[in-house]
Design a protein around this ligand. Structure first.
Ligand code: ATP
Length: 363
């Protein structure tokens, strides 16, 4: 089921009564989520991810704009008539009901022509439980399950009616690191098996990038960029997106274009086809190549061996930040000269942004 947002906007009266202006939680979102894909809605805390999801589910009424499922305008429909499955961070299971009863719950509420026989309901509940591999625990209560297992029950409950769209709001936040990893792979498997269009909200860029077909990056209620995770990582449209994606974070330098060359301080880094101007020069950690004659000179501070890779931490006066973090293969020899380590920069790992607009500059 394709989901389309058309000029979707949500304003809230400010929680701080002294401030008259509304909070614009979601500002004029227009984009299309293709059928059968998993989309990660990504952005820092308070950027409007949950509000967007809630407007898609019907829990929140937009101030203006529309939501379409396929060709159906669902903007005025309550959540129960939209055919959405919802999963939240806190599982929201009924503690006094067993796993079976929790999963059955949405089916028992069906009325009129949609009403199902007891046998069919049991069959569907078991099918959903098997899909999330929780069928061995049907008679347990949520309190007798681990966090990861409880979240599987919540997913089974959301899937049992075979929703048109599955909406997940930070579903992994309450799980420990190992379970997060395992559960996110599970979510991906289930999504591929069912083919249900799924929207996944997270502030964790690695989580979103690892399982999403496409990510949507937001900031302060404003849409920034949508694309395949690798494409957004490789071609961020602005400095915010460049900084938001990637761990360690991208290194941002004060740069200058002079006569067709990019300079960081006195170091000429590469040839560029741009007018003379001040720029932000952002370099991914994996874009540094240690070389005795390297163009960029930094003061070596520390080398952290991480097994497969080595993290070189260095200082540069033109960095907009504390230290330069570069990731190099662990078999690289580093021979600082008077404490200076030199790097060449892989051209496709450097991104230039206007100092005025912070928008991407193609070079
Ligand atoms: P988080 O990752 O912290 O959950 P989020 O990206 O999901 O954040 P939202 O919860 O959608 O962000 O909130 C977006 C903005 O709208 C925030 O500034 C928030 O304070 C504000 N907001 C959300 N709900 C309300 C409300 N009911 N009344 C007033 N302001 C609200």
């Amino acid at each position: 089921m394709k989901v389309t947002l058309e000029h979707l906007t949500k304003r809230f009266p400010n929680r701080n009564k002294k401030i008259k202006e509304d909070v614009i939680a979601v500002n004029d979102f227009t984009f299309e989520i293709p059928d059968g894909k998993l989309i990660g809605l990504l952005g820092p805390s308070g950027c409007g991810k949950s509000t967007t999801l809630n407007m898609i589910s019907g829990l929140e009424k937009p101030t203006s704009g529309k939501v379409f499922f396929g060709d159906d305008d669902v903007t005025g429909l309550p959540p129960e008539n939209r055919g959405v499955g919802l999963v939240f961070q806190n599982y929201a299971l009924y503690p006094h009901l067993t796993v079976r009863q929790n999963i059955l719950f949405p089916l028992q509420n069906l009325k009129g022509k949609d009403k199902l026989s007891k046998e069919v309901m049991e069959e569907k509940a078991l099918e959903a439980a098997k899909l999330v591999q929780i069928d061995a625990y049907m008679d347990r209560k949520p309190g007798e399950l681990s966090g990861g297992q409880q979240q599987r029950v919540a997913i089974a409950r959301a899937l049992v009616k075979m929703p048109r769209v599955l909406l997940l709001d930070e579903p992994l936040s309450n799980l420990d690191a190992r379970l997060r990893l395992q559960t996110r792979e599970e979510i991906r498997r289930i999504q591929i098996e069912t083919g249900i269009t799924t929207i996944f909200v997270t502030h964790d860029q690695e989580e979103a990038m690892s399982i999403s077909d496409m990510i949507v990056v937001m900031k302060d209620g404003i849409f920034q960029q949508m694309g395949k995770p690798q494409d957004v990582y490789d071609k961020p449209v602005n400095l915010f997106v460049a900084k938001f994606l990637g761990t360690p974070a991208i290194n941002v330098f004060n740069g200058e274009i002079k006569d067709g060359k990019l300079y960081i301080g006195d170091d000429a880094i590469l040839d560029v086809n741009l007018e003379n101007q001040q720029v932000w020069a952002a370099i991914r950690p994996e874009g540094f190549v240690v070389s005795d004659n390297g163009a960029l000179k930094c003061t070596l501070k520390q080398v952290e061996v991480m097994g497969r890779d080595t993290s070189v931490i260095s200082l540069n006066d033109n960095l907009d930040g504390i230290s330069v973090r570069s990731i190099i293969p662990s078999d690289t020899t580093i021979n600082p000269v008077n404490g200076i380590v030199s790097f060449n920069i892989k051209p496709y790992k450097i991104h230039l942004f206007s100092k005025e607009t912070e928008e991407r500059l193609e070079f």
